[in-house]
Design a protein around this ligand. Structure first.
Ligand code: SF4
Ligand code: SF4
Length: 373
């Protein structure tokens, strides 16, 4: 049974070792980084840089603790993520969100090149076939996955599986385009974007958020979509509050494809070369790639660490299930049934399929031993 180490968010004493950074230090020590990583070994610290306006990402102070832990055993860490918007702009987003060499104490680099097409096709599974893993993540021998746990309009719950799946894969491949990238998880078939002019309120948010300018409105106020340029990232559909935009897909397939892509990424590593840290902090309803972050829907819960991606995800959702809704947040407006947890009630998405499928694919165990520190 996999061990999941957990430190709750609340400090019991007025001392540094009771603080969240102090607790993370202790978790890293308990995990024993030298059990996984070697002196001089390059180690990717995979996080999500967020987006302009979404500030509730894993804070630089925590990334620095991970970097320093790795450096203390002689390893060579760097902090990385894949391109969501054009690469130079994305590095600037990271910088504005406080993630840069100076703050985290290690180089901050894009994993799939500034154009987001520096990647390697690997076998995935029956849903995705092949998927384009970011070349840096494909080639690096070891990784620490730092995930900000939160809700998500499509995934319902977003933690380590989503961070590895969506974040370890590029948006596009040089030859097969979006069909081998993360768009293949978001949508199916040709992924044709459908626009309902009756529902559209002409707010133009979809055009504003598109990283590729693949949406424009003509003089007749009709939406023109460039399907050849579009990455099928789904951002336009997510910001449309009138539900005027849809991309073809279904929840079951989406959750399973996340697990499949996570496996494809993790299969590029030797066993025992990846560990996972889940930050149950600032748990807001939406993805960190949106142009804003809502207020947290529940109180900070703490930090978990494990070498089993399924166990840490299961432990995270088990902790979140017992959390109370925060007043003044979206959680108090959600349609919460008797059996529902907050994240499910916000999205109505069957997010548990992510963990069940990851377990079925052999990525880890749904049963875990929670060790509280
Ligand atoms: S975001 Fe939705 S409502 Fe606004 S312009 Fe686009 S399609 Fe229309
Ligand atoms: S899915 Fe929407 S936002 Fe994303 S690239 Fe295509 S048109 Fe742009």
């Amino acid at each position: 049974m996999a061990k999941v180490y957990f430190s709750p968010a609340r400090p019991a004493k007025w001392r540094y070792d009771a603080s969240m950074p102090g607790k993370l230090e202790r978790l890293l020590k308990e995990m024993g980084l030298s059990n996984y990583f070697s002196p001089k070994e390059w180690v990717a610290v995979k996080t999500h840089f967020g987006s302009e306006g979404a500030h509730r990402t894993v804070r630089p102070v925590f990334l620095r603790k991970v970097v320093e832990g790795l450096q203390s055993i002689g390893a060579k860490p760097f902090v990385t993520d894949t391109v969501r918007i054009k690469g130079l702009d994305y590095l600037e987003v990271a910088n504005r969100n406080g993630v840069n060499h100076l703050s985290v104490g290690a180089p901050v680099v894009i994993a799939d090149g500034l154009y987001g097409n520096d990647n390697i096709l690997v076998r995935a599974g029956e849903i995705l076939g092949e998927i384009a893993v970011a070349s840096l993540i494909h080639d690096v021998p070891a990784m620490v996955v730092c995930s900000h746990v939160k809700g998500h309009i499509n995934a319902g719950y977003a933690g380590a599986i989503k961070n590895v799946a969506m974040g370890g894969v590029s948006s596009s491949h040089r030859d097969c385009g979006w069909k081998c990238g993360r768009g293949a998880m978001h949508t199916l078939g040709e992924g044709r974007l459908l626009w309902d002019s009756e529902k559209c309120e002409l707010c133009y948010q979809c055009a504003e958020i598109c990283p590729l300018d693949a949406i424009v409105f003509n003089e007749e106020e009709a939406l023109i979509w460039n399907g050849d340029t579009c990455w099928r990232c789904g951002r336009c559909a997510r910001v449309c509050q009138s539900e005027a935009i849809t991309l073809p897909g279904d929840d079951d397939r989406f959750m399973r494809s996340l697990a499949e892509a996570a496996k494809a990424v993790l299969d590029t590593f030797e066993p025992q070369k990846v560990i996972f840290i889940n930050f149950l902090t600032e748990i807001q309803p939406e993805c960190d790639c949106m142009p804003m972050a809502d207020v947290p829907v529940m109180q900070d819960q703490g930090i978990l660490i494990s070498d089993d991606i399924v166990s840490i995800e299961q432990a995270s959702v088990d902790i979140l299930r017992n959390a109370l809704p925060l007043p003044g947040s979206a959680a108090t407006q959600a349609d919460t049934g008797k059996e529902d947890d907050i994240l499910f009630s916000l999205s109505r998405k069957p997010y548990r399929i992510q963990m069940e499928e990851a377990n079925r694919l052999g990525l880890g165990s749904l049963i875990y031993d929670l060790v509280e520190l």
